[in-house]
Write a protein that binds this ligand. Sequence first.
Ligand code: SF4
Length: 730
Amino acid sequence: MEIIRAEHSGFCFGVDRAIEMAFSEAEKTDRKGRLYTCGHLIHNKAVVDRLESMGVKTIGSLDEAREGDTVIVRSHGEPREFYDEAEDRGISLIDTTCVFVAKIHRLVSEAHENGLPVVIIGDREHQEVKATNGWCGYGAFIVGTADEAEKAAGDLRGSEPLVVCQTTIKQELLQEILEVFDSCGIRYDIRNTICNATRDRQKSCADLASRVDAMIVIGDTHSSNSRKLFEIAQKNNKNSYFIENADNSLLNRLTKYNKIGCIAGASTPEWIIKEVIAGMSENVNKNMEQNPMMDFMDDIEKSLRLPKPGDIVDGKIDQVMGDAVIVNMGCKKDGILRSDEVAMEEGQTLADLFKVGDEIKAKVIKSDDGEGGIMLSTKRLVAVENYAELEEAMENKETITVTVTRAVNGGVIAAYKEITGFIPMSQLSDRYVENADEFIGQTFDVRVIRVDTKRNRAVFSRKAILVDEKRKAVAEIWENLNVGDIVEGKVMRFTDYGAFVDIGGVDGLLHISEISWGKLKHPEEVLRIGDIINVKILSLNEEKGKISLGLKQTQPEPWTLVGDKYQVGDVLEGKVVQIKEYGAFVELEAGLDGLVHISEIANKRVENVFDELKVGETVNVKIMEIDPDKRRISLSIKATLPAEEPAAEAEEPAEADAADAVVEAVEDAIRDSQEAADRIMETAEEKAIEAKAAVAEAIDEVKEAIQETAEDVKEAVTEAVEEAKAELSE
Ligand code: SF4
């Protein structure tokens, strides 16, 4: 024995929503006035009785309600004046008008306001048609037959009416009426507002009835759509039965059929359908191990469970409308997939993407939208996949491409496929970013640094990529550097102990002692920021990232050329660079000084060198002696001066000449020893300067390390604050 339930059966979306809203209102205990439905909520006695048992009475009009009462508007809707009257009289309304019916109200109301005639194709006695007419000033042409259409055509000639349909009419009737209008030359603006729920239910009734041994229709005898279903079932299967509920002896007679079809009207509650089916199954087949029945009971069980938000569900498309798709998920409520929850290209419609019968997967975003439906999203399902991609990218340290969509407090929001993530200001670039607006609209690669799938949050970093790229470039540069290479560099900045020079992406230190063969107090004496210079790589320490450079090494050391360039007896121009008691040092070229002894400064006896010469003064000197071993050059200014006429000297005794010679020799010895002492001092001073520079360099390194750590901490804190701010502003 097999029982097959029709694919489209029971409550439609609109009725389901109306019942949900009515029952949840009835359950409220804090209402002050009474609760009514204006007319029976649906054509089903069981539902009406249940509402009555909860204190919800049925009234015929608003006249029966009082100020403070609440009235439930049925899914068929009510005319506009009904709402005005309720407001005037202080009566609250719970409006369960089906969204599809409400849309028709909007259409006819707009047409009426624009002075256009309205045609409603349907049954003038039906509540839905009456209510719709009430939204266009009761002036609609209501046509239910070809004759009525022909009659209306006479009045409509020359106008271009809006044509709408009662939601439950047959497609054939609409065709018939439009053919009459066409033949009468009526131009019209047709909006096919027939609800597919009815059409689909009738079609599945006919289909099922024709392939089973017996067909049962479950519904209230007052329900016109249930009766209509019964007619269709009878047309397709002579063994068709109409039953209202499980208390029916008819169920006992079904044991003779092997395959029974079952369908329910739009106003038949799920619980009645299940009771009937369960009753049938008891009577028809007690053997619960029989597979079809087991499957069927599973289906019932499944239909009682409602998916929760976050669940991924499978469903079949039941209906495709302009702005939503109705999805049958095999449970007692249908899913509603709104167009804004579907990822669509510009210009695409739902009809381009879905067709009735398609099987889809979607994410439940609300188990009850407050209007009786389960809200679905395929877009967010894609988002789930996208978040998984982000997690994978983060794990594998892969890059993803994002586009910045807008700036927010503390950073920017960037889109990755169907989701967005946050890029803190500090992660936008490897340089300081003042204003994030410049990034809006830009597409670039980022690294995923955080994903929180529970809160749907992701944090990206562009800086991480830029830093990596730089690191790679630096590694490549290091690979091509060799000690001894002469490379071009740009002077970037000075310190007391030297200059930093960029040699194509990495900075090297040009120590002050390596700038010139001469003595320098500050690199600025020789260099300017931005100077392009050739430097020699003196040492490389990749581990510490240190490169030592030398500039003076690109020029020959002056003493190596002394033999070729300078000869004893040469007269040259030089600059006084240092004055001492025993003489003056004159620079012949950078790094090459010679001493003009005090006795060689002038043609006369010089008592004080400072009286004769000034530092910086240019003087002519003659090379008197070159001692390459001691690296000394003796110079004479006196030898470049014209010889003076020797003054007539008084005859002096020989003893006096000898005494003078001794004094001179002693003075020379004293000056030589002073010179030697000075040279020792100079060397000591040079060493002290070098040591000071080394200490300064070491301090700078420590400072750099502290700064880097502080920056890391600051960056982490800033990032957290920026993220928190962005979340707040979201
Ligand atoms: S049949 Fe269609 S229009 Fe009517 S209540 Fe149901 S869903 Fe709404």
